[in-house]
Design a protein. Structure first.
Length: 763
């Protein structure tokens, strides 16, 4: 226990000092914690170091739980649905591209397969905290491109949770592979378990917990709410662990459940100090793992990975936003902003170390890359403008015009939104149906047909000097042959539908998302073929990918498969798609309040009124916000109240969350003025403490014979009369017409200087 107290004392004192320095230098606090961890680690022999690293690691694991719990509190299905398809397309494109790029870089260094896979996952995750801090420091948080980046980061965090589940599964199967299909089977089981957790998430989140909090609201104090919230967090962490997932995933799930309750904002405020404490310990523990010796020996991977992130996000990040329908200039500003790695990279690295599947050298490399890219983040954000201007000078004008106007001056109409909903629903239903049919066919081939062939055919055959398994070859060919109609239908179905053609012709902004829906289905179909070939052969991964792509091309071009797909669709799909489902799909409600008005680049942003704002106590009409800034205040959120369409008589209070509608420039001007118009700090605030004193009115007192109103105690001496002592237990309260008499014992309250003036007059 004494060692633990000493270690925590050292960690918190050093972390506090270093973060104060980083705050002064306007650098992210996360970097300060990492540097503090490096300073107190055993790798720094010249300073005091932590004694019991195991206890610190336990606290750091708790910090991960709280970090993901807080992330879940900021996450909501409603937020995701309001974002639309554009952030989802950008997030999926960027994560997939950066994962592939990171894996290839790891392969180039000759690292093991698991090191490469985990490295790809780390490089794919940009830092929400660092980007938010950079936008805030640079005054860009109210601009539209910044809101696009934050939307994509929310989805990236969700994908990171799913990625952690899959990485844990892959790591577990790689440790003891039973056969070639062990990974695929384990991933399938993990997917089913994930579905169970998500169903539990939905049921509990919609019914039980909000109902419980609503019934106990009158009894709930702040202390009880903190205890219950954290108790639920750890409960779901235990459930997730029992289901075979990480405890961090369970913490995220419970946070997202509580995010749907009306107490979410209050829980965030109450839990934040706990999260900050344990989160600081986690990031300090990250810095403790940095070994300077490894940094010296691994300088080349650090430089290469840093360049990979900078150029990879600049290229693939910008491309991902362009695929989501953004013009080139906006896409480049978004992509350049994401050129760093942060919190989730550390969490994924910690997961790899805990599972024992990555090398000890990888963690300090990733931390070093994170530090370098974090320092470079503001410069990358600023570099987007000059980079665009360079492309503007070098790129053919026709190309530039098409790219630059891709997402401008376009506002999705109600009919266009309905087309998107119908098309995406139909594609999703078809993909799920054909995936189920393909999975069932593959399972049948592996469990029934393959054992049947094993009884009739020889195990292997020599062809051109190569030993080939006849059983695996025939089973694989038949499996691909039988699932090919399903895969072709998955890829091609709805590509020539009325909705697809209408959206394609409606606007060029719709075309990248439409192409993305096709590419996503091609990827799913290729994954099925990859699984079959990988299960039955020992080919290299690159060769299997090539086989899968060739097979996809053959399926798409085959007319016979087209006819078979149509025939099978009539047999299966039409029976599954009932009138009730179709009516439900077409009857979905439109959003009650649009988040963005894209035709004029007008959008909504939240602003929190500072506690010392000069605006507090004034009405909206007095502040004249509309005339001064050209914006509109649509709502004011105050505690549990929401004031929609406030009038000019609405008074602003400290801590109000104001929702304002305007353009980037208008909102940035509004934010600057809101932060700058503050009540000046009272330099002598300590001298203005109020004191309670009693004065006795003797024969020389100037107040004798005067009423309280005539005495001027409030106006001239800035003091307030509390009451007169008349021998009772309580003071006698007097009114303004009370006449002071000789011998009265008067209790007054005022500042020290005013009380001294009063005594001087009395004497």
């Amino acid at each position: 226990m004494e060692a633990l107290i000493l270690d925590l004392t050292l960690i918190l004192v050093v972390a506090g000092a270093v973060t104060l320095l980083f705050k002064k230098l306007k650098q992210p606090l996360v970097l300060g914690y990492i540097v503090a961890g490096f300073l107190v680690s055993p790798h720094m022999p010249y300073l005091a170091s932590v004694v019991d690293k195991e206890n610190i690691q336990t606290w750091a694991d708790i910090g991960v739980l709280f970090l993901l719990f807080a992330l879940g509190l900021d996450f909501s299905f409603k937020k995701i649905l309001k974002m639309g398809m554009a952030p989802a397309i950008a997030a999926c494109s960027i994560v997939f591209s950066m994962m592939l790029l990171g894996t290839l870089v790891g392969k180039a260094f000759g690292w093991s397969q698991m090191n490469c896979i985990f490295l790809g996952g780390m490089l794919a995750m940009s830092s929400t905290t660092i980007i938010y801090k950079a936008f805030d420091d640079m005054g860009l948080r109210q601009q539209r491109f910044a809101s696009l980046v934050m939307s994509v980061l929310i989805l990236e965090d969700v994908l990171a949770i799913v990625m952690m589940v899959m990485l844990s599964t892959i790591a577990g199967t790689s440790a003891s592979p039973a056969d070639g299909g062990g990974v695929g089977q384990e991933i399938l089981m993990s997917t089913l378990r994930l579905g169970f957790i998500l169903i539990l998430w939905f049921v509990v989140g919609i019914f039980l917990i909000p109902l419980f909090l609503r019934k106990t609201r009158k009894l709930m104090t702040d202390e009880m709410l903190v205890i219950i919230s954290l108790g639920l967090c750890f409960l779901m962490a235990v459930i997730a662990t029992q289901a075979g997932f990480s405890s961090a995933f369970g913490a995220f799930v419970m946070g997202s459940i509580l995010a749907e309750t009306i107490e979410a904002d209050k829980i965030i405020r109450l839990v934040e100090p706990v999260k900050n404490l344990f989160g600081a310990v986690f990031f300090v523990s990250v810095g403790m793992l940095v070994d300077p010796q490894i940094l010296v020996t691994q300088w080349l991977p650090i430089i290469v990975l840093t360049l990979t992130i900078l150029f990879g996000q600049a290229v693939f990040g910008s491309t991902g936003y362009m695929l989501s329908g953004q013009p080139l200039k906006t896409a480049m500003r978004c992509g350049f902003s994401m050129a760093q790695i942060g919190e989730f990279a550390f969490i994924i690295a910690s997961l790899g170390l805990t599972l024992g599947v990555i090398g000890d050298f990888l963690y300090p490399i990733v931390v070093a890359v994170s530090v370098v890219t974090t320092f470079l983040t503001p410069y990358m954000i600023r570099a987007a403008g000059p980079a665009y201007e360079l492309l503007e000078r070098r790129m053919p004008k026709q190309w530039l015009r098409r790219l630059n106007h891709l997402g401008e001056s376009h506002h999705a109409t109600a009919s266009e939104q309905n087309l998107w909903k119908r098309l995406l629903t139909q594609i999703s239903v078809n993909t799920v149906i054909y995936s189920i049919l393909s999975s069932a066919t593959i399972a049948l081939m592996f469990t029934v047909v393959k054992p049947f062939f094993a009884q009739l055919l020889p195990e292997s055959l020599s062809i051109f000097g190569f030993q080939l398994s006849i059983i695996n070859l025939l089973t694989g060919l038949l499996a691909v042959l039988f699932i090919s109609p399903f895969l072709r239908a998955m890829i091609m179905k709805k590509n020539h539908s009325q909705e697809f053609r209408a959206l394609w012709m409606e606007s060029r902004m719709n075309r990248p998302p439409l192409v993305f829906t096709v590419l996503a289905r091609i990827f799913i179909a290729a994954a099925f073929i990859f699984y079959v070939v990988n299960h039955l052969s020992h080919f290299k991964s690159a060769f299997i990918v090539a086989i899968a792509l060739v097979a996809i091309v053959v399926m798409v071009m085959s007319r016979s498969l087209k006819h078979r797909s149509i025939k099978l669709e009539r047999m299966f799909v039409q029976n599954l798609r009932s009138k009730e489902i179709q009516a439900q799909v077409q009857g979905r409600k439109k959003p009650l309040f649009e988040g963005h008005l894209l035709d004029r680049d007008i959008h909504i942003t939240d602003f929190i009124v500072p506690d010392d704002s000069a605006w507090t106590g004034h009405t909206l009409s007095q502040l004249n916000i509309g005339q001064r800034f050209g914006v509109h205040v649509s709502s004011i959120l105050r505690g549990r109240q929401r004031l929609n369409i406030p009038t000019g008589d609405t008074v602003i209070f400290p801590g109000d969350r104001i929702q304002v509608i305007g353009s980037d420039d208008q909102l940035q001007h509004f934010a600057t003025v809101l932060r700058s118009e503050l009540i000046p700090e009272d330099a002598e605030i300590e001298k203005r403490e109020m004191h309670l004193r009693k004065i006795v009115l003797d024969g020389d007192s100037p107040f004798i014979g005067k009423t309280l109103k005539e005495s001027g105690l409030r106006e001239e001496y800035n003091c307030m009369v509390v009451g007169i002592e008349e021998g009772q237990q309580d003071l006698t309260i007097i009114d303004a017409n009370h006449l002071f008499e000789h011998g009265d014992i008067v209790w007054v309250v005022g500042e020290d200087d005013d009380l001294k003036r009063l005594n001087e007059i009395k004497s």
